[in-house]
Design a protein around this ligand. Structure first.
Ligand SMILES: Cc1cc2nc3c(=O)[nH]c(=O)nc-3n(C[C@H](O)[C@H](O)[C@H](O)COP(=O)(O)OP(=O)(O)OC[C@H]3O[C@@H](n4cnc5c(N)ncnc54)[C@H](O)[C@@H]3O)c2cc1C
Length: 298
C-alpha cells in the first residue's frame, strides 16, 4: 500500500487562480482514495485542521496561510468513464477531474446539456460543492448522484438529496464531507449544434470576462433580485482600485475583483472586497456577500 507524501510549508499561491495568499503548514495530494483516507487518519491523530482544495478557482487564502493540512484533490483522483446507451450516456467523473474535461468529454460523445461546464475553471468536486453553473444551467441540472466520504465511510447520495441551490449544496452546508465523484446523465444531441453552442459560450465569456487576469471569477454572490456586477457599476466602481497593489474591480466585468500582475496580497484583495461591499451598501442599500470562500484568518 502506498503512503501519501506530506510536504511542509507549501505556498498556496500557485494553487489558486487569484495568485495570492500564504502557505499551507502541511500539504498533500493523494494519488488514491486509500491515501486520502490515510491523510484523514493522520490529521485526526495529530489534531490538525484540514482543508480540501480543488483547482483553487473560488478561494482567497489569507497571507498567513492555513495552519493545518491542505489536501488537494487532483488529477490522480479524476478518472472519467462513459457508459453509452440508446438515449445518451452516463458519465462518471472523479472529483479531481477538471469540470471542463467533463464538459469536453460530453462534447466528444455528442451529448448535450453539459456545455456550460466547458468554461468553468474548477474541479468536479469544487463544482458539486458550489453547485457551479453558467448561462442558465448548473450542476444540479445534470447530476444523478454524488459519491463522497463522510466520517471515514464512502457513501453515495442521489442528486435529489444534495439540496443544490444557488452556489450551494448539502456538502457546502455540512462542511465535513469530501466529494469523490459525480455521475451525470446526458442525452444524445446534434454534435455540430453542441460544438457550436460551446463555441458561443466561450466567445461570450471571452468578450465579457477578464480571463487573462488572476481572479476567482464572480467575487460576489448574486443578491436576490439584483446582479452584483450591475450594483457595483452603478456605485461608480468600474475599474476602481484603492492603491497600486494590483487589486482592482475589473474594468471589463464589475463583478470580478482581479489581481493585476499577481502582485496584490490577499489583504489587498480583501480590503478592496470590503470597500466594494460598504460602497454598494451605502449607495444602493444592498448587502453583497462574497461568493469566493475565505481560507485562513482575515
Ligand atoms: C475566470 C473564472 C470564471 C469562473 N466562472 C464561473 C462560472 O461561470 N460559474 C461558476 O459557478 N463558477 C465560476 N467560477 C468559480 C469556480 O470556478 C467555481 O466555483 C468552481 O466550482 C470551484 O471549483 P474548484 O475546484 O476550483 O474549487 P476550490 O476553489 O478549490 O474550492 C472551493 C470550495 O470547494 C471545496 N471543495 C473543492 N473540492 C472539494 C471536494 N472534492 N470535496 C469537498 N469540498 C471540495 C473547497 O474546500 C472550497 O470550500 C469561475 C472562476 C474563475 C477564476
Amino acid at each position: 500500500m502506498s503512503e501519501p507524501a506530506i510536504q511542509n510549508d507549501v505556498s498556496l499561491k500557485q494553487f489558486t487562480t487569484f495568485r495570492c495568499g500564504g502557505p499551507a503548514k502541511l500539504f498533500a495530494e493523494p494519488e488514491t482514495e486509500d491515501e486520502l483516507l490515510q491523510l484523514l487518519s493522520y490529521a485526526k491523530e495529530k489534531n490538525l485542521e484540514t482543508f480540501i482544495l480543488g483547482l483553487g478557482s473560488n478561494i482567497l487564502v489569507s497571507d498567513e496561510g492555513f495552519d493545518g493540512l491542505v489536501i488537494r484533490i487532483g488529477r490522480k483522483l479524476g478518472d472519467i468513464s462513459v457508459e453509452e446507451d440508446e438515449d445518451g450516456a452516463v458519465i462518471t467523473a472523479g472529483a479531481g477531474a477538471p469540470l471542463s474535461l467533463l464538459g469536453n468529454t460530453a462534447v466528444k460523445y455528442g451529448l448535450e446539456g453539459a456545455e456550460f461546464c466547458c468554461g468553468i475553471p474548477g474541479s468536479v468536486g469544487g463544482a458539486v460543492f458550489m453547485n457551479a453553473g453558467a448561462y442558465g444551467r448548473e450542476i444540479k441540472d445534470i447530476a444523478v448522484s454524488v459519491r463522497y466520504l463522510e466520517k471515514g465511510g464512502i457513501k453515495t447520495m442521489d442528486a435529489s438529496d444534495c439540496a443544490f441551490g444557488y452556489r450551494t449544496s448539502v456538502f457546502e452546508r455540512k462542511g465535513d464531507c469530501i466529494i469523490l465523484g459525480l455521475t451525470v446523465r446526458l442525452a444524445k444531441g446534434d454534435p455540430d449544434k453542441i460544438s457550436a453552442y460551446v463555441d458561443e459560450l466561450k466567445a461570450k465569456r471571452t468578450t465579457s470576462q477578464p480571463l487573462d487576469v488572476p481572479s476567482a471569477g464572480s467575487t460576489f454572490k448574486r443578491p436576490e433580485g439584483y446582479f452584483a456586477g450591475k450594483l457595483i457599476e452603478d456605485s461608480g466602481l468600474r475599474g476602481f482600485k484603492l492603491d497600486e497593489s494590483g487589486a482592482q474591480v475589473s474594468p471589463k466585468h464589475c463583478g470580478f475583483v482581479v489581481n493585476n500582475g499577481g502582485t496584490a496580497s490577499a489583504a489587498d484583495v480583501m480590503r478592496l472586497i470590503r470597500y466594494v461591499q460598504q460602497t454598494v451598501l451605502d449607495k444602493q442599500g444592498v448587502k453583497i456577500e462574497p461568493e469566493v470562500r475565505l481560507i485562513g484568518k482575515f
